[in-house]
Design a protein around this ligand. Structure first.
Ligand code: B12
Length: 180
């Protein structure tokens, strides 16, 4: 597992797991980690984390485990991550996918800055952008929320979609848009 700490923050305690890309598919906490039932033939790099001042860490941990189990190379920035840090890490690692999580409802404020900020970076044109979790304050309505976030610059938007369904959607998207 690769960990970046762009702002020099104290690292979160290491989450120990026996999942590596060489081990068989895992069934983990809550039984919701799904392994390589669908192969990831690309060995792609994914930067992930929780945007803004959001400390909800549980899904982030599960995301890290699930992505590793599916064969991605994961750079997990953890909670409390700002948009610039996501883009900096994507450039630094040469990431194929940026997968952002938001639970506390503040994603929208940050997402409005995605297009103008991304435009300041070189080499991010091919970055696949995905966001999921609770993408609004309150429950919200996916039919309104999805096009709004697509307009902010996200390729895949998963409002209140469970992790495995979302990661299956990502694989389908990559199969279609980035065939090996
Ligand atoms: C535990 C919890 C906390 C803990 C967090 C501890 C920690 N360090 O993680 C504490 C008590 C600290 C906390 C604080 C707050 N919380 Co809180 N919290 C929760 C709670 C009860 C559970 C969250 C959780 O861990 N679930 C377990 C994980 C596995 O599930 P999950 O987070 O839903 O994630 C799943 C999916 O969303 C999905 N997913 C997540 N991200 C992504 C990304 C992608 C790409 C995909 C595909 C899928 C995906 O995958 C997961 C598995 O399927 C939820 C309510 C609930 N029952 O969900 C509220 C909740 C998330 N909290 C909420 C709020 C408002 C807050 C506070 C602002 C409260 C306050 N006034 O202080 C603060 C925020 C502080 C901050 N700076 O962020 C709200 C958010 C509401 C909103 N979006 O409108 C919720 C929904 C409660 C509510 N109903 O109001 N919280």
């Amino acid at each position: 597992m690769n960990r970046l700490n762009a702002r020099g923050r104290a690292e979160a305690p290491e989450f120990t797991t026996d999942i590596t890309r060489d081990t068989p598919p895992a069934v983990g906490a809550f039984g919701i980690i799904r392994g390589c039932t669908r192969l990831n033939p690309w060995a792609m790099k994914i930067v992930t984390g929780v945007i803004g001042n959001d400390i909800h860490v549980v899904a982030n941990r599960l995301m890290d485990l699930s992505l590793n189990a599916r064969g991605y190379e994961v750079f997990n920035l953890g909670v409390n991550t700002y948009l610039e840090e996501f883009f900096d890490a994507s450039v630094e690692t040469g990431a194929d996918v940026l997968l952002i999580s938001s639970l506390n409802g503040e994603a929208e404020g940050w997402s409005r800055d995605v297009k103008p900020l991304k435009a300041k970076y070189k080499n991010l044109d091919d970055l696949v952008m995905m966001i999921g979790g609770n993408l609004t304050v309150g429950s919200g309505n996916a039919t309104d929320i999805i096009p709004r976030y697509q307009n902010y610059g996200f390729d895949l938007v998963c409002h209140q979609v469970d992790l495995n369904t979302g990661l299956d959607m990502l694989e389908d998207y990559l199969r279609e848009h980035k065939p090996s």
